[in-house]
Design a protein around this ligand. Sequence first.
Ligand SMILES: C[S@@+](CC[C@H](N)C(=O)[O-])C[C@H]1O[C@@H](n2cnc3c(N)ncnc32)[C@H](O)[C@@H]1O
Length: 217
Amino acid sequence: MSELKGLRDDVYRRPLATALLRLGLSEGWRCADVGAGGGDVSVALAEMVGRDGRVYAVDSDPATRDEVARAAAAHTQVIALTQAGEDLSLPEAVDLAFCRFLLLHVIEPLDVVRKMADAVRPGGWVVAQEPITSAGRIGGDPFSMPHARHADVGAVLPALVRDAGLAVVDAWAEAPAGVGPGPVTEYLATLTGVDPGDDPVVLPPLVTVIGQRGRAG
Ligand SMILES: C[S@@+](CC[C@H](N)C(=O)[O-])C[C@H]1O[C@@H](n2cnc3c(N)ncnc32)[C@H](O)[C@@H]1O
């Protein structure tokens, strides 16, 4: 599992970088990484917000606290919290509430996006990055991830952000692709147990939506 996390961080690093750049994330921001898992994104956020910023790494699985503690050992501004996204309650309003590969697993994605919207300050940001699993391809054939509750949640993500009461400021999709040995093929083999051999692979596109809370609150 941790091997997969490392690979995910690698192959999906570009969409994350694009989103944080687009947002203008900078020093001093207060952030929440909801469904933080092992903390790859939390660490990336901590590096950008610096010592004056803060990152709440929130996950419903208490086992992830130790993983986050290890991953973020050098970043005292990362605070791990065990909470379900549906019950999100932070000690302070944040500038950014972020999630990646979370909403496909939760019971009701809109409930979680609403909680994220409530957690940000007026004028603050919600950024979600979720896949359209069935739009991935292996040798031209559709890829599927049957164990996820909402495997294609990325396809409805802009509407979820709007329905949570946020303004959709930007939205786009990006998909890592490759052929032959390399991180894309390796990621696919680790995720599915299927070695695509020499078949071309398009990993599930990750839809990013940047939402902003109204300034009036
Ligand atoms: C696939 S991992 C994604 C980890 C990380 N966001 C990333 O992109 O590398 C999904 C994480 O969401 C957590 N999770 C699942 N349902 C949740 C919920 N309702 N509230 C908070 N976390 C949840 C899981 O425990 C897991 O750590």
